[in-house]
Design a protein around this ligand. Structure first.
Ligand code: PMP
Length: 407
């Protein structure tokens, strides 16, 4: 494949051309949310200008167009995740809703006192708190598999912790703080041997690598649209059909029933059983465009480019005096957490913003991980395929400047 033409790609992202505090924007907060290409913005705009109607309710032309667009997003996501059936894809508002759906519909009715849910120390709160809520209500417990100082999951420990009390295991495919790629295939194999379903939080994987849920061998896979070029308020849960069929609905309402009677309502089959109410129809028009855009680049080209940029940025950052980088996994996505000795993360981020540099500072919704590293916060530079080496250079110059101001 031809190398990625980053200048042409940048021209597709209108926001990248703006300035912040009079400086050209350097947007390195992509793990928080990605920017959107014109094709996605246009798809949302076109929906409201030309096709707006509710889905699955009306037989009129617009209703059919809106439904075709919404159901088309399900087809796109099914192909994107390599689901064996479009009916295994539930459209949600994002990963948080996807995981809560599994927590409330799959875990809550099953768990009993003495049961356990196994997760890891590197999870986002979205893959911890729903399990704690369900554990609290059922008398189950949440256990966390440890990581090492490189920020890698200790796989032997994870496997050791897959004891008979564990009824579900939940791991991030990629850590939002460290960029660590977890060996999901291997974890899924170990879970399968023991009959334990595995849920994978794919929020930070889907923007960077091709996802094949069948090859991974997991049971549930959650993605969030806004981190993969799609509008906010879009996402999906993929789950094996056998799980979906055994799950009662999470929300009740319109569009999720076959027949409603006061002496007993019959729910629709999956996926519609889990999609009560009017969804983010315009957002999902954008989701289809986002997936088309990613496929248009191709993950082989995207990965080669991003890995080159990650190596370049890591080397450059290491040349800054007093820098400490968190997360040295052998396989990682372009996310770099770091601190500069003697400077508070929030002060750094505030001053970097004045230089036009957008990075995140704080705990990144991963308190247990911060506790593991013994810091209250880190700075996080998270890159995308539309970022450049020139931006990395600008970022490093900004850090040098800010460092001198603070120290
Ligand atoms: N999991 C991970 C690993 C994430 O990075 C995020 C977003 N920061 C989430 C879950 C939650 O995603 P959302 O807010 O889109 O539901």
């Amino acid at each position: 494949a031809l190398p990625l033409d980053v200048e042409r790609i940048r021209a597709d992202f209108p926001l990248l051309a703006r300035t912040v505090h009079g400086k050209p924007l350097i947007y390195f907060d992509n793990a928080n949310t990605s920017q959107k290409p014109v094709s996605v913005i246009d798809a949302v705009d076109r929906h409201y200008r030309e096709h707006n109607a509710n889905v699955a309710r009306a037989v009129h032309q617009l209703g059919e167009e809106a439904t075709a667009s919404y159901e088309g997003a399900r087809d796109s996501l099914a192909r994107f995740l390599n689901a064996s059936s479009r009916n295994e894809v539930i459209l949600t508002s994002g990963t948080t809703q996807s995981i809560n759906l599994v927590a409330y519909s799959w875990a809550l009715p099953r768990l009993k006192p003495g049961d356990a849910i196994l997760t890891t120390v590197m999870e986002h709160h979205a893959n911890i708190v729903p399990w704690q809520i369900v554990a609290e209500r059922t008398g189950a417990v949440v256990k966390a598999a440890p990581i090492d100082t490189n920020g890698e999951l200790i796989v032997e420990k994870f496997v050791e912790m897959l004891t008979p009390d564990v009824k579900l295991a939940c791991v991030a495919h990629v850590s939002n703080v460290l960029g660590t790629v977890n060996p999901v295939r291997e974890l899924a194999r170990e879970c399968r041997k023991r009959g334990i379903p595995l849920l994978v939080d794919g929020s930070q994987a889907a923007p960077h690598r091709p996802i094949d849920v069948q090859a991974l061998g997991c049971d549930f896979y959650a993605v969030t649209g806004h981190k993969m070029l799609a509008p906010t308020g879009t996402g999906a849960l993929w789950a094996k059909r056998e799980h979906l069929e055994s799950m009662p609905p999470f929300f009740g309402g319109g569009e999720m029933i076959r027949e409603v009677r006061f002496d007993g309502t019959v729910f629709a089959d999956p996926p519609h059983r889990f999609e009560a109410g009017t969804p983010n129809i315009a957002g999902f028009a954008g989701m289809t465009a986002a997936i088309d855009y990613l496929n248009g680049i191709g993950f082989d080209r995207l990965e080669t480019y991003e890995q080159g940029l990650l190596a370049y940025a890591t080397d450059a950052l290491e040349s800054v005096p007093g820098v400490r980088i968190f997360g040295r996994a052998a396989e990682k996505e372009p996310v770099i957490s770091f601190l500069i000795e003697g400077a508070h993360a929030n002060d750094m981020a505030t001053l970097l913003d004045l230089e036009g540099v957008a990075v995140r500072s704080g705990h990144h919704c991963a308190h247990p991980l911060m506790q593991f590293f013994g810091v209250p916060a880190t700075l996080r530079a998270s890159l995308a395929f539309y970022n450049t080496r020139a931006e990395v250079d600008g970022f490093i110059r900004a850090i040098e400047k800010v460092r001198k101001l603070l120290l």
